[in-house]
Design a protein around this ligand. Sequence first.
Ligand code: SAM
Ligand code: SF4
Length: 352
Amino acid sequence: MKQLVHKLYARGELSKVELVDLLEHMDVETRKELFRLARLRREQAYGNKVYLRGLIEFSSYCRRNCLYCGLRAGNREAERYRLSPEEILECCREGYELGFRTFVLQSGEDPWYTADLLASLIRDIKGGFPDAAITLSIGEREAGTYRLLYEAGADRFLMRHETASRRLYQELHPLMSFDHRRQCLETLQSIGYQVGAGFMVGLPGQTAEDLAEDLIYLRTLNPDMIGIGPFIPHDKTPLAQAKAGSLEDTLVMVALARLFLPEALIPATTALGTLHPQGRELALKAGANVVMPNLSPVAVRKKYALYNNKICTGDESAQCRHCLELRIEAAGFSVDMGRGDSLKALASRHHA
Ligand code: SAM
Ligand code: SF4
């Protein structure tokens, strides 16, 4: 199996058959070699820097019903909150003082925040902190809204494709469209956003073939960012009894994503940190290069409960920032507080 890893390192891709073979026969030695080469690729592209993003979870209301997510509309026991534009700006102010130059605004799909309200919020954030990048992660909206928000100053957009398997997507997302989600990602790219896609590992019913398809899809889409995390069940969802994705399988997918898309920004996700105390550090060692500390007010953090036992819900933003910096440095990396644009975005700016 090691030969397949070397072939991937040399060529930057494998066929679907080869990928499935690799995933189904991954042994300890092959995994070690995969992580070593993924880390090497990341060093060639980005050195040993880890970019920090300040995450602001601004609304726990959601009109969707994704089967896996604790924020799904059908979860009547979820505690809901919305941060006002002033409160969001306050989080940015605190984050800016702590050194953050990227703010990630994330929420359920919450139409309470109209296109105009979001555009005006983005203009205010850009007005106050012109050297900071704004990343949105607010789900599916109309192309016109995406355009308005880009014109208002939003730089990036994260929207995981969740799974590249049409069958699995349809099982997990009632009343949502597999094709529409993909169209949204293409629309966002064509508008000019730096785009992040990504998927969960260990979803109930997910096969090695499905995971191979995720990588092949990513290679075609060529996003700037790739979010990969384990599925973790939430008590009050239809998948409460399902098994969580494993640490090893998720790390393998992070490493493969790095080798398929060497220039992508890949976060070591909070879900990995929830699964294992060293989950995020291990992801950095397997090719990830971004960490997203939480800047949401402590009073609301527990309410943004996507899955059981989410970590970092009790600490103040400054504590999160410093704790993660210490962890990243202890793992042998150095923190970069700059905007941290993707290499792809920097190259296209250079050519423009
Ligand atoms: N609502 C927006 C969307 O879905 O694109 C953004 C917020 S949503 C909570 C962010 C991500 O959380 C989703 O893309 C999904 O991959 C992840 N997520 C939701 N429930 C999860 C779970 N039970 N385990 C792991 N990740 C989960
Ligand atoms: Fe809503 Fe996003 Fe959760 Fe789906 S994953 S229920 S869209 S918050």
